[in-house]
Design a protein around this ligand. Structure first.
Ligand code: FCB
Length: 455
């Protein structure tokens, strides 16, 4: 029988990821201010199951238990995000600092280090202080300065222990889902604002990078993009054009300026009047050298021309025979991760890459009679994506780590608690008890062996 062991490079980083609003709860505890997600989730109709992140997994109070679990699983790295309004309830330095918020992150980081787990911190995973949104949010350039102050405060306080920093999580999702389709906070539908938000986020990223470096000698810093592998669903020219626009708008709109190439011409012309204000020097700021880039990869997009689409005249199509996650639109396509890594190597200078998110939902997850949670689809999903990364590494891609999304089930944004992504099951019916799923045991084994056997 054919049996081979896939082994990852020495020092490959294995971990899990989560984000503040999705797990912390304690929505107005210890002086925390409101975020746009606190407000958005409370508006009826915005969240599929009518839930909010008010309590979520109560990680704010149960973080020690969670870290113990991570440690039991042998996880040596954890990607978390800070809640900006927990630290600056009014968004700005002048509106006042909430020491209790910073104290929480101090305790969290100390606990991680006590268990020998390295923290990787994202500064912005979408929970913008609501007070800043009232002043225009990221569509206003003033928010760039507020973000820099927040970066300064967070890195000064935690930088003695946290060396790995990410500025923003998924600028595309925050700008487009929040300001164009309106399915995420702050729920706007305006292409001009969307593009302004996307641009200002990139500038804020670039401006905050030197602050991180100055406050933390030896820090490693970068941004996290969600990249999708885009393919035309047919050989028709109009579909191929639509797929190209999708790639330009979704991937290259962010990658090109980050790598010093400004926005892709074709899309600049396409957006025309809707283009944001670009100040002299913005592109130099955006292209600030980074130590790594985070990639969140979930699926491929198969695209056709759609004259009714009001963005890029393109839409995603689904084939019925393919294996998919619980979301209809999330085809399970690990080859896309492999291609994306090879693309980063060939087109973007082979910058060191961490897969900062990858994972899936599974239909009908539940606690079985044996008390366990069996999620074979997630095990298979992860196995294939781990293998895709390994294959890309063999071909010279500089992938250095993999954080599974997510450590535990949590508040999945507009889906509320109706979609589970965790390696650890949260029993929302019974005191939020935690149960390591089969996939959690599998990921733990992979992490402990730095690889796995293919049989
Ligand atoms: C990503 C988000 C993350 C989680 C996963 C499923 O887009 O960054 O918070 O919701 O999707």
């Amino acid at each position: 029988m054919y049996n081979e062991h896939i082994t990852f490079p020495k020092d490959f980083v294995w971990g899990t990821a989560a984000a503040s609003y999705q797990i912390e709860g304690a929505a107005d505890t210890d002086g925390k201010g409101k975020s746009i997600w606190d407000e958005f989730s409370h508006i009826p109709g915005n969240i599929e199951d009518g839930s909010t992140g008010d309590t979520a997994c109560d990680h704010y109070h149960r973080y020690e238990e969670d870290i113990r679990l991570m440690s039991m699983m042998g996880m040596k790295h954890y990607r978390l995000s800070l809640s900006w309004p927990r630290i600056l309830p009014g968004g700005t330095k002048s509106a006042g600092l909430n020491i209790q918020g910073l104290d929480f992150y101090d305790r969290l980081i100390d606990a991680l280090l006590e268990y020998d787990i390295t923290p990787w911190v994202t500064l912005f995973h979408w929970d913008l202080p609501a007070a800043l949104q009232r002043e225009g949010g990221f569509a206003s350039r003033e928010t760039i300065d507020a973000f820099c102050d927040y970066t300064d405060i967070a890195t000064r306080r935690l930088g003695d222990r946290v060396k790995n920093w990410m500025t923003f999580n998924e600028p595309w999702v925050f700008s487009f889902c929040g300001h164009f389709s309106g399915v995420h906070a702050p729920g706007e539908k305006d292409i001009r604002k969307t593009l302004a938000v996307a641009h200002n986020i990139l500038v804020a990223h670039g401006k905050s990078m030197p602050i991180i470096r100055e406050n933390i000698p030896g820090a490693k810093a970068g941004i996290v993009n969600n990249l999708a592998w885009v393919e035309s669903a047919s050989h028709k020219q109009e579909d191929a054009d639509a797929a190209r626009r999708w790639d330009l708008a979704f991937n290259r709109w962010f990658l090109d300026p980050l790598f010093g190439r400004e926005y892709p011409d074709e899309m600049v012309k396409w957006y025309g009047e809707a283009m944001p204000e670009i100040k002299a020097g913005d592109f130099d700021l955006i292209a600030a050298p980074a130590d790594f880039m985070g990639i969140n990869y979930y699926t491929r997009r198969l695209v056709v021309y759609d004259p009714n689409d009001n963005h890029i005249k393109a839409k995603q199509v689904y084939r019925t025979h393919i294996l998919r996650a619980e979301f209809e639109e999330w085809e399970i396509y690990p080859e896309g991760l492999y291609h994306t890594l090879i693309r980063m190597k060939e087109e973007y200078g082979n910058i060191p890459i961490y897969i900062t998110e990858n994972g899936t939902t599974c239909p009908h997850e539940m606690i079985s009679d044996d008390g366990c949670v069996h999620d074979p689809l997630r095990v298979e999903y992860l196995r294939r994506h781990f293998a895709a990364v390994w294959q890309a590494i063999q071909e010279g891609a500089d992938a250095r780590g993999f954080f599974t999304w997510s450590f535990c089930d949590n508040f999945e944004w507009a889906f509320g608690f109706s979609k589970r992504f965790g390696l650890v099951y949260i029993d929302y019916e019974h005191n939020l008890r935690r149960i390591i799923k089969d996939s959690g045991h599998f990921a733990a084994d992979v992490c402990n062996q730095n690889g796995f056997a293919i049989t």
